[in-house]
Structures are given as structure tokens and as C-alpha cells.
Ligand binder design. Sequence first.
Ligand code: HEC
Length: 365
Amino acid sequence: MTESTRSPNRFLHLKRVAFRLVAAWTAVMALGGAWHFHEMSEATLKLARIQASLSFQKDLVYRRWSAAHGGVYVPVTEETPANPYLSHLENRDVSTTSGLELTLVNPAYMTRQVHELGRKQYGHQGHITSLNPLRPENAPDPWEAEALRKFERGETEVVEFTSIGDTEYLRLMRPMITEVSCLKCHAAQGYKEGDVRGGISLAVPMAPLWTVTYSHMASVAIGYCLLWLLGLGGIGLGASRFGRRIREGDQVEKAMQEAREQSMRNRVLVETAGAAAHEINQPLSVIAGLSQMFASDKGIANVTVADMDEVRKAAKEIDGIVKRMEEVSEYAAKPYVSGVSIADFGAAETREASTEPLPDGGASS
Ligand code: HEC
């Protein structure tokens, strides 16, 4: 390409700038995307936390409802047998006037059953537990035991993303503090008001939340890719426009150079013609004058040797001029009349000849 060899620096510079722009744009998009993804992940985790927190609050609310009634009576069934840990209560089991057997379900019993239903139906895991459980099956798992120990040291919440088996969960646990109302059934274990009686732990499965987040991330990623491509297109367009401008500049310069050369050629032509006319003019007028004389009525008879000599000298002079013209190897001009300059046939010759002695041995003029 002649264009690129004409302005290799400018093209190289353009390429470098375009490359840097692409790199910068890619970095901006990558960082933006990464930040966006990070924010979305954070939002998902926050959402899980909110879900767990709401679950906990709801557990507390209906638990409180039940506690406000001192527990509720439900029909005795296989799933809901009489609670053996309430055997000390006088009215644990009652029967209606029509003979229906009812048993008292204390708040923890209800919470446990609700948690079991929740696990079966929604995969949410809830667990009411204690380091000193009244019902041995309510014993905590290692994570819960650790959290309960933290509550005893004064912490009020433990939240962690962890897995149970192969499944990822957000686990949240908050303590249940012994109130006066609790002592009716729990004082026998040695609890006093204000003690940590136990806690409720909740585990929100992350998979459904991630499914939503990932599909959202996919559309965001597509958006970023499109934006990135748009940016690349813009950079490409700009670069090609600049490239065109450089090429156009080159063409203008080339045309100007050609015009300069052409005008130089024209000048040389004019000067050469002028010089030839000037140099040849004088001997030519001698020849013309004499030949006119020869043709006059005096006739050829009156021609003297001197006249012939004049003609011969003039012809020789022309011959010399022609020779010098033939020998011209470089451009030289000398000023002529009214600001015009003409080619200087003698200049190049004299410059060459001056290094050698003149043929007739005389001094140079
Ligand atoms: C009517 C009696 C009764 C009252 C009142 C009562 N509980 Fe319980 N609670 C029980 C029984 C019985 C269990 C164990 C059996 C079960 O899981 O059904 C239990 C279990 C628990 C558990 C689960 C761990 C364990 O010990 O097995 C916690 C935590 C708990 N109660 C906290 C409290 C708190 C806090 C209060 C007061 C706000 C309270 N309970 C009031 C009867 C009661």
C-alpha cells in the first residue's frame, strides 16, 4: 500500500490509539459487568437473609399466638399424639361433650410440626432447639450448637452461607430468651428469666434464588456484550474515518507534489526555449543578413572570403550552442529581461570545464 508507506507513523499511531481504546473499553465493560454481577450476588444473599428473617418473625408471631392461648387443643391423631413432656399438666388431655379426644399442643410442639410441614413442602428447614432440650430429639446439630454457644456469650444472631449435605443454604439462627411465662414448663430444667432457652434456626435453600439470579445475570451479560460490541463498532468506525482522512491527506499532498513538478517542467521548458532563441538569435541574424546580401542584386560575385568566414563562424557558433545544449546535464538558469529567467546552457559546462585547463591554453573568461 502506497498510502501506508507514505504515512506509516500516522497509521501506526492510529492503530495504537484504536488498540488502547479497545483495551480501555473492554476493561470498563469487564469491570462494570463484574461489579454488576457482584451486586446481583450480594442482592441475592440479602434476599435470602430477608427470607430467613421473615420466616423467623413469622415463627415467633404464631408461636406467640399459641403461647397467648397457653397452647391449643387439637384432636389426637397418629401425627399429633399427646405430648409426653406435658404429662405433668392437669388438663393435657380433654374430651369434648361428644367424646372427641383432644390434647394440648404447646407452642414448641406446634412450631416443630409447622417446621416439619415446611421442610416437606418448601425445602425450608426450620428447627427449634436448645443446648439443654426437654425433648432429646430437639437436640441441635453442630452448626446450631455453635450458634447457641455464641448466644450465651451475648450474640443475638448468627448468619452463614453453608451447606447441609450437598445443598447450599443460608442459615440464620436467633435466640429464644426465657420469659416468666416459659418458667411454668421450663423452670424444672433450671432456667431463670433472661436465660437463653434455646433458639430457632432457619435454612433457606439458595438454589431457587440463584436460578432467578443467574437468568437475570444472563440477560445482563447479553446487555453488556451488546454494549461492548457497540463500543467496538464505534471505535472501528472512528478509526476507519481517521484512516480515510490520513489517506485523503496523502492524496492531496501527492497531487500538490505532482503539480509542483509539472510547473517546474513547464518552467524549464519555457527557459530552454527562451535560451535557445536568445543564443541562436545572434549568429542566425548574421547568417540571415549575409545570405540576404548574397541574394541581392550585387549577387554571389561580390562575396568575399571574409563574408564566407562570417557565415562559417556564425554556423560554428550555432553548432557550439547546440553541442552545449546536448551536453546539459543539470538545470541552471540565469536572469533574463523583465524578471524572466532562461536556461543557462553554459553554466553546467563551465562548472565542468573549470577543473581542466582550457583547450587553447588561454585564460578562462
Ligand atoms: C406449656 C408448657 C410450655 C411453655 C409455657 C413453654 N414451653 Fe417450651 N417446650 C415445652 C415442651 C413440652 C417442649 C418439648 C417438647 C416438644 O418439642 O414438643 C418445649 C420445647 C421448647 C424448646 C425446644 C427445645 C427443647 O427444649 O426441647 C424451646 C426452645 C422452648 N420450648 C422455648 C420456650 C420458651 C422461650 C418459652 C416461653 C416463651 C416456652 N418454651 C414456653 C413446653 C412449654
